[in-house]
Design a protein around this ligand. Sequence first.
Ligand SMILES: [Zn+2]
Length: 176
Amino acid sequence: MHTPRLTRQCSRCGRARPFASSDRFRVNAQARRLDVWLIYRCETCESTFNLTVHTRVSPASLGATVERYHQNDPELAWDVAFDARLIGGAGSVEEVPFRVEIPPAKAPFAVRLGFERPFRARLDRVLMAGLGMSHSRLAALVESGRIVTADRRALRRSAAPGQVVYIADDPTMPGL
Ligand SMILES: [Zn+2]
């Protein structure tokens, strides 16, 4: 597991390259205001790029988080690296590998999606991973009403926290 890489122009390489988070912050204090960045490195030439986290904020407004930036708190570095609001404009965001856990249950049951960290993945990919099936099988089960989503197009859109999917029949049963 790793944080999403950001592909952007690298000035030293002279072309677009993936940059990976170093999990380290840079904090700059000036006139009682703080600038905070998360440092990324070009995977090819190690050039750095600083992702803006805060610009000219008062330390008081950050509270105890200031110390976590200074100490390169890894949990905080991951929160930033998955924050769509911060990384969205900095480059094209890689889709990261993910793991889906569905507790054992007997059909019929409903699955409510929860995310450990926010990330983008299509609902069909999440269900394929969670139920361990191919795309064509998933599509057939949805078509026949054995797996029910909000509407047909939901499968092709990003999975959302809190989204509910109904499993009407045991999808692992042969012959379904
Ligand atoms: Zn480079």
